[in-house]
Write a protein that binds this ligand. Structure first.
Ligand SMILES: [Zn+2]
Length: 305
């Protein structure tokens, strides 16, 4: 199994008051430095190309992100999305990790995890928002379709926030099935069950205070059956860990054992339909200890043959 990351992903620095911080990725990389992860094939993420980004973003958006390189300090794009001198390069590596991981698993099989930031699933075709600059998972899905000719790509998103950007990008793309569990009400206030795209969007909201039982019932009862019926040729995962009970940004009550559980289910999905091909990319998760233990549980399950 491959692990994609890049030192530049630590250089995106939105500032001291921002929960989406370089310390998050340091905590993840430290957790994956344990002996039990020695088998991971560690690969430096390349940059996404302009062509790859333009499959899901407008030229104006790509130009705005790549052209925003403040000499120091930060530039604010919206209420909670800031860019520092290293942000544009980090965003290119975060999206490029997905492209390289998709190429690797489609060419040679297996699974991959992208330990990257900034996260991506809130970024819309023309707008950065919610800590996200480019929509990494969407860039990966679009690459699988455009460069590899896939006809069925599944995106499973278990971040506590709805992946509004991913939904926007693929709302009329029937080759992508986007399936999401998330807390409602919560930022970004999208993700109702009646948002269905062209029948390729499945939203399953959870209520504040919901925990392990509600989460598993939702996935087993509603989301996983849809994913299996779709028979994906590739499984992509927007892996956010902010539904953890100790996360400061939301009110769900999952634990690392729940992340192990959903990862096992998604691994089984990939094994059943996609020759095991699965690529997961880091989205949210803002309690450093919860994030580290949850990512470790996630990657441990992905390593299970
Ligand atoms: Zn989130």
């Amino acid at each position: 199994m491959r692990l994609y990351t890049h030192a530049h992903c630590l250089q995106h620095d939105p500032g001291p008051d921002q929960p989406e911080s370089p310390a998050r990725l340091r905590a993840v990389l430290q957790a994956l430095d344990q002996d039990r992860f020695a088998a991971l094939d560690r690969i430096e993420a390349p940059r996404a190309t302009r062509e790859q980004l333009l499959r899901v973003h407008t030229p104006q958006h790509v130009d705005r992100i790549l052209g925003t390189v403040p000499p120091s300090g930060t530039v604010r794009l919206d209420e909670d999305t800031l860019m520092s001198p290293g942000s544009a390069e980090a965003a290119l590596r975060a999206a490029g990790a997905m492209v390289a991981a998709v190429d690797a698993v489609l060419d040679r099989g297996g699974k991959a995890f992208c330990a990257v930031r900034p996260p991506g699933h809130h970024a819309t075709p023309d707008r950065a928002m919610g800590f996200c600059l480019f929509n990494n998972v969407a860039v990966g899905a679009a690459h699988a379709i455009a460069a590899h000719g896939l006809k069925r790509v599944a995106i499973a998103d278990f971040d506590v926030h709805h992946g509004n950007g991913t939904q926007d990008i693929f709302a009329s793309e029937s080759r992508v099935l986007f399936v999401s569990s998330h807390q409602m009400p919560l930022y970004p206030d999208t993700g109702r069950e009646d948002e269905r795209g062209v029948g390729n969007i499945v939203n399953a909201p959870l209520s504040p205070g919901d925990g392990s039982y509600a989460f598993r019932e939702l996935w087993d009862g509603a989301l996983l059956p849809r994913l299996h019926a779709f028979k994906p040729q590739l499984v992509l995962v927007s892996a956010g860990f902010d539904a953890h009970r100790n996360d400061p940004l939301a009110d769900l009550r999952l634990g690392s054992e729940d992340y192990a559980w959903i990862t096992g289910r998604l691994r089984d999905l990939a094994d059943a339909h996609a020759n095991g091909r699965l690529v997961s990319t880091l989205e949210g998760g803002y309690n450093l200890l919860a994030l580290a233990t949850s990512v470790a549980a996630h990657v441990t399950e992905l390593l299970e043959a």
